[in-house]
Design a protein around this ligand. Structure first.
Ligand SMILES: [Zn+2]
Length: 279
């Protein structure tokens, strides 16, 4: 069953606005000499269900990326692919094939076409390829659940529309694949809420048990880290740092299947999950 995340959206907006106020006071790293913040506003964090928005072209990258002042497009990172979609402006439109984060922390929409880019200062309508992104959200959230059921350090991961995988520091494969799949679907059926909480880098450093990933460092460096919580209170089942996009209720993931479990070196096992993205 598909629900929309607007109920969560309101509280997310409030917390992010507070954090952005804090970041604005952090100093020169967040501003250039003209005193204007050039960080792209991450609307997909405020509301992962936002499908389109307007924005202004803040610059172009040397690779032909279009830097936006605010965006619905999630940039490639944390194992989750960059969003695709469309940009429209008064003079034309251009396809977005993926989205990346620049070294300066801005978000750049990348087009596969050689057609002219919207000029700096142009107001653009951004529309995300929602079916693809929603598929990523469902798989991504399912991987959080997999890390609950296999409580071992995560050494890698990847997400695509209908499947995803996590690599675990796990010398022996789980003995019973059918049982693992049954537990995963039972958790999904509990339909827990997914929510976020922001803490400081220092607070996270004091709680190393929250970090499950060994090689992928949590999204630190801005002073604040975003935690993703599944369930609440006594029924909380997971909390871990993550900058990706997630469904609002885990019931939206739908039925999952455990796929291949591959041996990757002496210490690592790669576990695949598949979901039917047509649900
Ligand atoms: Zn996540």
């Amino acid at each position: 069953m598909v629900k929309n995340g607007s109920q969560n959206g309101a509280s997310w907006k409030r917390s992010l606005a507070d954090i952005q106020d804090d970041l604005a006071g952090l100093g020169d790293d967040w501003k250039r000499h003209d005193g204007i913040s050039h960080m792209t506003k991450l609307l997909f964090h405020e509301d992962a269900y936002l499908k389109r928005c307007s924005g202004t072209v803040a610059g172009h990258t040397h690779q032909g990326g279009i830097i936006l002042d605010r965006t619905v497009f999630y940039p490639h990172g944390g194992g989750q692919p960059g969003d695709s979609g469309l940009l429209r402006w008064s003079e034309g439109e251009i396809e977005v094939s993926t989205t990346v984060k620049t070294e300066e922390g801005q978000i750049a929409a990348v087009s596969p076409e050689s057609s002219p880019l919207p000029p700096i200062g142009a107001v653009v309508e951004q529309e995300v390829d929602w079916d693809r992104r929603y598929g990523h959200m469902r798989v991504h959230t399912a991987l959080h659940l997999l890390s609950v059921l296999i409580p071992l350090p995560v050494t890698g991961g990847s997400i695509s529309e209908g499947k995803g995988r996590l690599d675990f520091d796990m010398p022996e494969a789980p003995a019973d694949k059918a049982k693992l799949e049954e537990k995963l679907n039972a958790l999904i059926a509990e339909d827990h809420e997914v929510s976020e909480q922001w803490i400081t880098d220092e607070e996270l450093a004091g709680k190393p048990e929250l970090v499950k990933t060994m090689k992928v460092s949590p999204p630190m460096g801005t002073g604040m880290v975003r935690l993703i919580r599944i369930g609440r209170g006594a029924s909380q089942i997971d909390i871990q740092p993550c900058g990706g996009t997630h469904v609002a209720q885990i019931g939206e993931i739908g039925k999952c299947r455990i796929g291949k479990m591959e041996k990757k070196g002496r210490q690592n096992r790669r576990v695949y999950i598949h979901i039917d993205c047509d649900v």
